[in-house]
Write a new protein. Structure first.
Length: 112
């Protein structure tokens, strides 16, 4: 239960972040016709939320982090560095990295 609570808390903090708007829903192929030709393993925050809610998908924190990293990589693979999507991805990833490192440091200090 602790893992799912942590994933849910981290996900909520990401969804609430100002730079999360491009990642809240799956990319709509009607708006971006070639997206799924280029990005073969898409992921978004809504899909991740469903996976957390299922209580069966994420069995390790590493699986959760891997999905997030893939989301950021997908954004930077498809979009050029001068786009808002690329920039949002970079800022949101920095925010997430800070959150997860802070949590891991806190968890380590409570163990000792």
């Amino acid at each position: 239960r602790g893992l799912l609570a942590l994933c849910g808390m981290l996900l909520k903090s990401l969804v609430d972040h100002a730079d999360a708007w491009p990642f809240k829903e799956p990319v709509d192929s009607r708006d971006v016709p070639d997206y799924y030709d280029i990005i073969k393993d898409p992921i978004d925050l809504k899909t991740m939320s469903r996976r957390v809610e299922s209580e069966q998908y994420y069995v390790t924190l590493e699986m959760f982090v891997a999905d997030l990293k893939r989301m950021f990589i997908n954004a930077r693979t498809y979009n050029s560095p001068d786009t808002i999507y690329f920039k949002c991805s970079t800022r949101l990833e920095a925010y997430f990295t800070n959150r997860i490192q802070s949590h891991l440091a806190q968890a380590a200090s409570t163990k000792n």
